[in-house]
Design a binder for this molecule. Sequence first.
Ligand code: BG6
Length: 278
Amino acid sequence: MVVHKTLVNGFAYIEIKNSVAEAKVALQGAHLFHYARMGEEPLLWLSEVSDFEYGKAIRGGVPVCWPWFGFNEDKSLPQHGFARISMWEFVFGDEVDERTTTLTFRFSNNEETLKMWYYKFLLELKITISDRLTMELKTTNLDDKSFEISQALHTYFAISDISQVSIKGLDKKPYLDALTWKNEVQNGDIAFNQEVDRVYQEVDSEIVLGDKNREIHIKNDGSLSVVVWNPWIEKCKRMSAMRDDAYQNMLCIESANAFDDARVIKPNESHVLKATIF
Ligand code: BG6
């Protein structure tokens, strides 16, 4: 079942239910903000105090950061790009079988985007809702010049307690520590007892988020970088649309093309960033 819904303020989203999973996706940003397998706790974290308002990114779920990840050199432009705060077109929902629903969203250049980023493009996001969650973000260059993008499927995972979780699969990977801007190398699994904001590079294997009663697997394609972020106590207090203690129950593991992994796309060529979560 694929149902169109709107909040009282007019904020539009799509709700999906099939025999194995359910999900909600906002038209702004093609932003998936709920995904859960039937009878299980949600996989994605969503802030209880998130804005659901045009022009503001939802805090939680999977923001699509595009065409740049992080800050732009021009500080007047939005952090993490404009895709997550732009309206997308819902192209179609396909109920492939009783266990699998695919949703396709599209976003292309318009007068507003050309003021911020002078290229013509087509961006498509295909989300597959089943016992696995799959997101495929395809960028096509419709311009006559090459362009460079950095991007992320900025997934917020719901966790039981930040001090109890671990991330496996990044051992020995080089990373940029965004708190010190130093290059480091990971030693062992990641555990959390302070703020973490890192861009791992050369990541070509599966990542496993270990929580008390479950393991979440993340497999990326068309991506060699992964961002790991938890704001911890002080930054959490300064973050918009987050409760002061929200850092305890969320952890971002972002499937990215960031920093050294930014991609150049030639005219008429495409690049697909794909994340499979199970
Ligand atoms: C992460 C960055 O990807 O996004 C963090 O590594 C940043 O530095 C976080 O704070 C949230 O960004 P925003 O723009 O959604 O507040």
